[in-house]
Design a protein. Structure first.
Length: 58
C-alpha cells in the first residue's frame, strides 16, 4: 500500500512504527523545498557569474 500526503510535518527524516497485529508502517521524507531552493540558487549564481564574465570581458 502506498500512501501519499501532500502536506505533512515530520521532524526526522525516517520513522518506523509497529503495533501488535498490525502491519509495519515505514515513513521516509526528503526536504524537497530545500532541494528546490539549492538547485535554483546554484543556477542563479551560475547565471550571475556568466553575466559578470561577459561584462568584464567587454
Amino acid at each position: 500500500m502506498l500512501w501519499f500526503q501532500p502536506l505533512f510535518v515530520q521532524l526526522f527524516g525516517a520513522s518506523v512504527m509497529a503495533q501488535p497485529g498490525a502491519p509495519w508502517l515505514v515513513s521516509v521524507s526528503i526536504p524537497l523545498g530545500a532541494i528546490v531552493f539549492l538547485v535554483r540558487a546554484s543556477k542563479r549564481e551560475a547565471g550571475l557569474d556568466a553575466a559578470a564574465g561577459r561584462a568584464s570581458g567587454s
